[in-house]
Write a protein that binds this ligand. Structure first.
Ligand code: PMP
Length: 304
């Protein structure tokens, strides 16, 4: 990823991609406190638009607040910076990765005396769980690792070190030949995927697990609104893994994963074992909305 042409926004200015480096004694590298976002921009008929830029930028600032990290830029500056990165790299559609991290002034757990740096990179990134996954659905496995308890790392923050838990789960599942992991919370109820929120559908009703120990996904929020618009009821409740085994349909949501159908959990086929009809409708509507083909959702698009 480091050896590329292009520009990265780094502490207020665009720098050549290869020069966007940091010292090995960077505090965040040692102790894991960095907060970040995953954002996507899509090509539309009116040009490239970043999807729900304000919400992603607010979540980044919220993540900083939760971890008492003073991100030294306003929401407006960070939003403009993200547009600038897409423009500077001449990207039509891409993934954006803003990250705020502590610098290399000192070692020791306390962050006092460390400077907060912010970088924003953008690059083309296709379907996170594969094009085939978007169409045919993926196979997932319940992880032996629990999602971190709400008082271990706080789930409203998108915190770098939380992803050590995601990595354990993802490696375990993918090494066994599955596409992604499903994590349960410490009480054994369904939490989320390693980098995705989950929805299941039973008898025409859409359910999501109570969001306690999962990230409050922005794609999740988008899907809840689109499902309501399409006439479906969405209910939040405690879900067990076997609720998913006997569901008619299931899918993951995420900025990277978009709307990815799930066709199998723990070697049990879900429904007909392919993208279900309600999932297909929601997915199609999602791609219309992000692609600028739904006028009523224009406020969610920030043209670069
Ligand atoms: N949960 C986790 C752990 C994630 O990493 C992500 C991706 N950011 C999500 C859920 C989905 O969130 P969003 O739709 O905002 O990308």
């Amino acid at each position: 990823m480091a050896d590329r042409d292009g520009f990265i926004w780094y502490d207020g200015k665009l720098v050549p991609w290869r020069d966007a480096t940091t010292h090995v004694l960077t505090h965040s590298l040692h102790y894991g406190l960095a907060v970040f976002e995953g954002v996507r921009a899509y090509k539309t008929d009116k040009g490239t638009a970043i999807f729900r830029l304000a919400e992603h930028t607010q979540r980044l600032l919220n993540s900083g607040k939760i971890y008492m990290m003073d991100i030294p830029y306003t929401k407006e500056v960070l939003m403009e910076a993200q547009k600038e990165v897409v423009r500077a790299n001449k990207l039509e559609s891409c993934y954006l990765r803003p990250i705020a991290f502590y610098g290399s002034e000192k070692m020791g757990i306390s962050t006092r005396g460390s400077t907060v740096h912010v970088a924003i990179a953008a690059w083309p990134w296709g379907a996170y769980l594969g094009e085939e996954g978007l169409e045919k659905g993926i196979r997932i496995k319940t992880s032996s690792f629990a999602r971190q308890h709400v008082n271990v790392t706080m789930p409203r923050a998108k915190l770098a070190s939380t992803y050590a838990n995601s990595i354990l789960a993802n490696l375990e599942a993918t090494q066994d030949g599955y596409d992604e992991a499903l994590l349960l919370d410490t009480q054994g109820f369904v939490a989320e995927g390693a980098g995705e929120n989950l929805f299941v559908i039973k008898d025409g009703v859409i359910y999501e697990p109570e969001i306690a120990s999962a990230l409050t996904g922005i794609t999740r929020d988008t899907v809840i609104r689109l499902a309501a618009e399409l006439g479906y009821t969405v209910q939040s409740r405690r879900l067990t893994r076997d609720d998913i085994y006997i569901a008619d349909e299931a899918f993951f949501t995420g900025t990277a994963a978009e709307v990815t159908p799930i066709r199998e959990l723990d070697n049990r086929t879900i429904g007909a074992g392919r993208r279900g009809p309600i999932t297909a409708k929601i997915q199609a509507r999602f791609f219309d909305v992000v692609g600028g083909k739904a006028a009523e959702y224009e406020p969610w698009l920030s043209y670069i």
